[in-house]
Design a protein. Structure first.
Length: 205
């Protein structure tokens, strides 16, 4: 699909579903402390849990949870409402046949109609869902994936460091709250969590 056709589709769908972003320039008020803020915690396990709890502010943010939705349907907006039109995960994460993610989401935001975009735009597998889960549950899920070999912790750190979709969360365009803090701080937290033993808070937290 050419960029002109994709852009035309984006305009049509955005107008049809009222997807124009509101509140341009909104900023997320949640700060993100770096690993040094937890250096005074002498117990390594407690320090590791505290570090992940801080990183969890990002995992529980709509910029992450809308695509890591825990089911086959993405969410949208800061309120996490079901995506319109009704797209599904599809076999490869890029949407079902006839309604593929790249049909509307290009390689950059199309701010004229409030359409977000980034290279390789797609929905995360259900196994990597974040929505509706506590920080402790998210942490345990990441550890389980490391145990299963589906996403070893070094690969997870690489993912949050280099993946353009992750980085996009801190520059999502007008009308969308960016993820807390900075990308660099989040990466530093994830590295520090792994280096400190990758310990998890209680599942109910």
């Amino acid at each position: 699909m050419t960029s002109r056709v994709r852009r035309g589709a984006a305009v049509a769908i955005a107008l049809a579903v009222g997807a124009l972003a509101a509140g341009a320039g909104a900023q997320d008020p949640v700060a993100l402390q770096g690993p040094d803020a937890f250096a005074s915690i002498g117990d390594r396990t407690q320090r590791s849990m505290a570090i992940f709890t801080e990183a969890g502010k990002v995992f529980q943010h709509p910029r992450c949870q809308n695509c890591h939705s825990s089911d086959e349907r993405p969410r949208q907006g800061d309120d996490g409402r079901p995506h319109l039109p009704t797209v599904r995960l599809g076999a490869d994460g890029f949407g079902a046949a006839g309604l593929r993610c790249p049909a509307c989401h290009g390689e950059a935001n199309f701010d004229a109609v409030g359409m977000p975009g980034m290279t390789n735009w797609h929905l995360a597998p259900v196994s990597m869902g974040l929505r509706g889960r506590s920080i402790g549950q998210i942490c345990a899920q990441l550890r389980q994936q490391d145990k299963d070999g589906t996403l070893p912790l070094p690969d997870l750190v690489g993912h949050v460091t280099r993946d353009p979709l992750v980085i996009w969360a801190w520059g999502p365009g007008p009308g969308r709250r960016p993820a807390p803090g900075t990308h660099e701080t989040f990466v530093a937290l994830m590295r520090a969590w792994v280096d400190s033993g990758a310990e998890c808070p209680a599942a109910g937290r």
